[in-house]
Design a binder for this molecule. Sequence first.
Ligand code: PGA
Length: 254
Amino acid sequence: MTQRRPIIAGNWKMHQNVAATSDLVENFLAQNYSEEVDVVICPPFTSLPNAAMLVTGSSIGLGAQNCHWEEKGAFTGEVAPSMLLEIGASWVIIGHSERRTLFGETNDTAARRAQAAQKAGLKVIYCVGETLDQRESGETFEVLRAQTGVMADLDPNHLVVAYEPVWAIGTGLTATPDQAQEAHLYLRSRLEIFFGPEAAAGLRILYGGSMKPANAVDLISLPDVDGGLIGGASLDVDSFSAIIRAAANCAAGE
Ligand code: PGA
């Protein structure tokens, strides 16, 4: 079986001003995280330059939470991929459910953003996931199918997928290991169609939705779960560090 290197990514959402970012990043840097895990933090746009200065030379990667598909133009409130690269980001989260449900993101716009981001040289964390209504009415796979259908033109070498059931985000509810594994396996089968078996086997699929130190091992040790996209627990140094340790232990087969 392909050994995939785990990723733990922190999605800070609209939390942490510049000063609070410095404190949190300095705390993370003092933890000496395992070399076996890719750690990425995604602060708000305004905190990115400061976070970039602090993480430069460390093993912590830096990402943004969105970007536009055009390089420049009359797009009030948007940020171009090259602007993120310029200030030191190398990752970007695309298609998060909060962008989809609150800000009108569609499968089509998410795919356009992701393509432009990769073309500019950013690595993409592409989010998919069903709502509670969709799960309860048996539409989970249909939704995942539509959300992934637009991903065929992406570059699998600069792509990480995040399965985030919307009903688990920020709610304290988590997918059971069976639910998570089933969805991840389905997503991997979709990736196989687009990118071929070898690329799909190497592609990392993160679980997101109330991942905490208490459930991290159960989820990350699943065969098709390769880490986590962490919201709330990524703002606390102890919780985030414990999840990274859990991922390192899973990678070591412990
Ligand atoms: P949560 O958020 O860990 O707070 O549920 C996950 C996410 O939205 O990426």
